[in-house]
Design a protein around this ligand. Structure first.
Ligand SMILES: [Zn+2]
Ligand SMILES: [Zn+2]
Length: 116
C-alpha cells in the first residue's frame, strides 16, 4: 500500500476509537531534518511535533512493509495524544486503541487485521 493509503486507514481507525476527533486531518510530509536523523539511526522513519497536525516521514518509509508502516503511524498517533516518550505513545495505543504494538527488526509492527 502507498504511505498515504496506510495513513488513511490508520486515521479512520484511530478516529473510530476516540470519543471525538480533535483533529480532522493529519498530513504526511517528507522531512529533510528527519533524513539526517535516519542516516545515523536507520530505524527512525517518522516523527511528530515538528509541524502542527503532521507526521514527518523519510523517503525510505515508502519502501517499508505495510505492517511497519501501520505500526509506525499508530505509534506516531500515540505520540500526538499520549506524549513525547516512546513508552507513553505505545501505552496510549494499547489503552485507547486496544493494539499491542510489536517490534520487529527494531521497528513497530502491526498487522493489517488489527485495524479491522
Ligand atoms: Zn520533521
Ligand atoms: Zn516514538
Amino acid at each position: 500500500m502507498t504511505s498515504r493509503k496506510v495513513l488513511q486507514l490508520v486515521t479512520r481507525f484511530v478516529w473510530s476509537k476516540m470519543l471525538f476527533s480533535p483533529r480532522n486531518v493529519v498530513r504526511l510530509v517528507y522531512c529533510s531534518e528527519l533524513e539526517v536523523v535516519h542516516a545515523s539511526i536507520p530505524r527512525v522513519h517518522a516523527h511528530v511535533f515538528h509541524y502542527p497536525d503532521t507526521i514527518c516521514i523519510v523517503r525510505d518509509f515508502d519502501n517499508l512493509d505495510d505492517e511497519h508502516k501501520i505500526g509506525i503511524l499508530l505509534h506516531e498517533f500515540g505520540h500526538l495524544f499520549g506524549g513525547q516518550h516512546d513508552a507513553d505513545a505505545d501505552l496510549w495505543v494499547e489503552q485507547v486503541l486496544g493494539i499491542d504494538i510489536e517490534y520487529v527488526d527494531t521497528m513497530q509492527w502491526v498487522p493489517l487485521e488489527a485495524l479491522a
